[in-house]
Design a protein around this ligand. Structure first.
Ligand code: SIN
Length: 552
């Protein structure tokens, strides 16, 4: 099956849906998303969206806080643009119908999170992401020329360089014309052709054993972009959220940082506080500091967790402000108004990603990106809490303006017509799916143990050796057996893991989220810069799937 549209959007969180709304009046749109439409990391965002909303705050202050958290490698122009344009984009969202929590005086209730010098986190109690997702979905569904393809997973992007290997193209000389997509319900591969593509597929928390991310966060965007020859930067900066509920059945349920913003205190098992030893901001220190402090205290004491104490916050305030968290904790047997809840850090946000400029343009023509999957330079070495929803809104708005221009350019129709139909060749259905589940577990465990909050050269080299073996095995499996969503996710998560390890090995210093015991200090002279890896566009081989293919 072949589907032709002006705009192809991969992902249905804040970045993808915002882009869809902005381009919908300028051409036909497809939203391709591998689960149901609403299933994205956006939906699970609790804390909120950072935006300057009051006169005692300013975009300059917001930018200063963001630059401070980013530890010297944010792109300052990008930071300033996003902080400045953010409030306008947030008001657009409000005008679309997003309901954020207000005070008794009808002003917006603004929370505070780690690293912010002001109360500037707009929220819908503790279900902010869901409110944003709900608002955007309602608007998207009202647009006739947006077609939604749920349960569709991108296999690979199709570019000029991949179709015609007789010429050697790289980066800006190359251009995207489409993609192969697995319709997971029908088990069939479709060819999508588009005049512009935006990748907004979210993050990769599932690369780690413990994560606050939904199951969909398997690094697909990073892997497909890398295979198409895109530039990927700063993958070593993976943010660990300090406070996820510690319970065998809780799947690292997030306890929002805004709980600490409202006065929640971190304690050890014996009730002692500890954050004052690590940072003057105590429990509201930047996330990297809090996560490392907890990791250190847990290793020192041998305890499985630390505790987050909200018992001194009045019961009704706690229940009203955090109804979702309160209920979830109660379901696991903890009444947070009466007892401290056990918490541990878990992988939360990918601060590196697909390199884009301030208009979401990647190094390949007709190819844009926005949201967690991209690296615009906003987050640098550590993301300031609640800046990511804002980035998605601003970058998608700016990328849409460029993509609208791009679809007016002449499109290489001849080239697009030459895209072959997908052919599974001699691949057969797998009779050993255990390979997928085993490798999946092994990757997540090795990343947690060797490439986690505290790293060392020895652990990183160990991880690199293992991931190379796993990649070989996964490659063989991929070519021999019929494609499934699980196989695609496994291939993507393995490539993403390798890029995180490569970034961590390359950066010979400790900065922000990357802490290596062998280089405990910041090295501004050599490392106040990004680590960048560029994929090599690989020939597009849909058929034969021969074992001799070595460059996948
Ligand atoms: C939180 O609510 O703590 C998460 C917010 C964020 O990661 O930006």
């Amino acid at each position: 099956m072949r589907i032709e549209k002006d705009f192809l959007i991969i992902g249905s969180g804040v970045a993808g849906l915002t882009f869809a709304l902005k381009v919908a009046d300028f051409g036909s749109v497809a939203i391709i998303t591998k689960d149901e439409l609403e299933e994205s990391a956006t939906k699970y965002a609790q804390g909120g969206i950072a935006s300057v909303m009051t006169d005692d705050d300013s975009c300059d202050l917001h930018a200063t806080d963001t630059l401070e958290a980013g530890r010297g490698i944010c792109k300052e122009d990008v930071v300033r643009i996003i902080c400045r344009e953010g409030p306008t984009r947030v008001r657009e969202l409000i005008n679309l119908g997003a309901q954020f929590t207000r005070t008794a005086e009808k002003d917006y209730h603004l929370s505070r999170e780690g690293g912010h010098s002001k109360h500037r986190i707009l929220h819908a109690n503790d279900l902010t992401g869901w409110e944003i997702e709900r608002t955007l979905i309602e608007a998207v569904k009202s647009k006739k020329n947006i077609e939604i393809f749920p349960y569709h997973m991108v296999i690979d992007l199709i570019s000029r360089a991949r179709l015609d290997t007789s010429v050697s193209l790289c980066g800006s000389e190359d251009e995207l014309v489409g993609m192969y997509v697995l319709d997971a319900n029908k088990n069939q591969v479709c060819t999508f052709v588009g005049k512009s593509v935006i990748l907004a597929s979210g993050g990769a928390g599932k690369v780690y054993l413990y994560t606050s991310n939904p199951d969909t966060a398997t690094g697909d965007g990073i892997a497909i972009a890398y295979r198409a020859g895109a530039k990927i930067a700063n993958m070593e900066f993976f943010q660990f959220h300090p406070t996820c509920l510690y319970h065998p059945k809780a799947k690292s349920f997030l306890i929002s940082e805004t709980l600490r913003g409202e006065g929640g205190i971190l304690r050890l098992k014996d009730g002692e506080t500890f954050m004052e030893k690590y940072h003057t901001l105590g429990c509201l220190a930047p996330r990297d500091v809090v996560a490392r402090a907890i990791d250190f205290e847990m290793k020192k004491s041998g305890d499985d967790c630390v505790y987050l104490d909200a018992t001194h916050i009045e019961g009704y305030r706690c229940r009203e402000r955090f109804p979702n968290i309160y209920q979830a904790c109660l379901n696991f047997g903890f009444d947070m108004t009466k007892e401290p809840v056990p918490v541990v850090p878990a992988a939360h946000y990918m601060c590196g990603g697909l390199v884009v400029d301030v208009n979401g343009q990647t190094n390949i023509r007709r190819f844009f990106s926005s949201g967690e999957v991209c690296y615009s330079g906003l987050h640098g070495a550590n993301r300031l809490a609640s800046n990511s929803l804002l980035e998605g809104l601003v970058l998608s708005h700016r990328a849409a303006a460029k993509a609208i221009e791009c679809v007016k350019d002449s499109f290489p129709s001849e080239l697009a017509r030459s895209i072959p139909e997908w052919d599974s060749g001699s691949a057969v259905d797998s009779d050993e799916s255990v390979v997928v589940s085993h490798n999946w577990d092994e990757i997540r465990r090795l990343m947690w143990n060797y490439v986690g909050i505290v790293r060392s050269n020895k652990r990183l080299h160990r991880a690199q050796r293992r991931i190379r073996l796993l990649l070989d095995e996964i490659k063989e499996y991929y070519w021999n057996f019929t494609i499934t969503k699980d196989t695609l996710e496994l291939r993507n998560i393995a490539i993403t893991a390798e890029l995180i390890i490569k970034g961590a090995l390359e950066r010979k210093e400790s900065r922000g989220l990357h802490f290596n015991l062998d280089y405990p200090d910041v090295d501004d002279e050599n490392w106040a810069r990004d680590t960048v890896f560029q994929g090599k566009p690989q020939p597009l081989i849909t058929k034969t799937r021969e074992k001799t293919i070595s460059n996948d």
